[in-house]
Ligand binder design. Sequence first.
Ligand code: BG6
Length: 479
Amino acid sequence: MSFTADRLLLFGATGDLAQRMLLPSLCALCADNLLAPDLAIIGTARQEMDDQGYRNFVRAALEKFLPAERRGSMAGFLNRLHYQPLDANETDHFAALADKVGPQDDGLAIFLSTAPNLFEPTIAGLSAAGLTHGKVRIGLEKPLGTCLESSREINDAVASAFSEDRIFRIDHYLGKETVQNLLALRFANIMFEPLWNAAHIDHVQITVAETVGLEGRVGFYDGAGALRDMVQNHMLQLLALVAMEPPVSYNATAVRDEKVKVLRSLRKILPEETVTGQYTAGAIAGQAVPGYADELGKPSETETFVAIKAHLDNWRWKGVPFYLRTGKRLPARKTEIIIQFRPVPYSIFDARGATAQPNRLVIGIQPEENISLSLMAKVPGLDRGGIRLRPVPLDIDMPDAFAGPTKRIAYERLLLDLVEGDQTLFVRRDEVEAQWEWIDAVRASWADKGLAPKTYTAGSWGPTAAIALAERDGVTWHE
Ligand code: BG6
């Protein structure tokens, strides 16, 4: 459904996500003249405030979370803002909200980030107030459920009011420039694709490491854990982009058709193919940090680290393990993908005492955005007795290669696509359900075995069992 909405309605407009990400993204887009001049932004949340009060609130958030050089003239942005208090449990409050939104002939985009128990009442309220017609689209922020069943309930509730082409499920990793670059790397170059399969790739590693701990999200995180918070969405999306077949075109249907096939080919894993951990007190960058249970204020069995050896049962990836790991309070903030190629089929150098090490492609997603391909090269010298070989990196530093374009917040891209109606970087229902199906099976296998997370010291790379998980196969995590 192609239309550019001239109204954007933000639920959770006073929340953490809005303050840190959504409002700074919108302000930055506005500063770059990327928002249509007539786009009005209506915020809603429980708090009582009028338009002016909200503008003051937003100004403070922008001053805190958006670098001054990206703010432009804030006045222009603040003038677009309006506010309507709302208790989502009160269906009749939605009439006042609809009044505040005003005419929607050119289309309305809704961004819904709310507690899972408010999804259904919110959809009901929107329907009752006539805010679900054909020119309304809705963006949904996670958590969209905690298992396949609860995610289906939410999806059903949303589907009762919006057709799938008007539902935009957000995974903010897809808004990251470097994640989109994975598609460019794979499908805009000829040299990788012929090698991108089990015949030439030994294994893949995906690491999403964070140094932060609970960050005050006590209520949410303890009920989720690393598997549901990070693997179910971000990591499986990264895996899908690495493993998918070439889509027939770069559009929402074609890209998502291929991703879902990958997600459906994930093999049910065995309990011994996963390791979970929970951090205890330690130090990060020389700073002492408390353990998870201390931050939480009570003992817990929630995992803050998970490592998984995953498999895809399809032709391309038969026999290639995908090692995934993510955790809080690890030594560095780092998201990267490693493609480890196989050795050359026969090394002509062995007899002369030199070994050709297999090539490796390292795709840095954050904080460094770089792509590095290790190639074997001859070490210069006369070496009359033999030849010396050494891996040398072929490095592309993305910011250097593209000096100029601003580093954008992932939500800038996603909010713009929501307003303009491009679903390519949003997750389709069948993808989310395939993700949950696999994750639920992982959790069921933990429950069957009564597995509890092992401890690891904050500032380490997780429990030693995670190292063993890879080393059993002769694989070393890339650090
Ligand atoms: C969120 C998780 O989805 O992603 C957080 O809920 C996590 O726990 C965050 O910290 C990581 O995002 P980013 O963009 O900082 O890698």
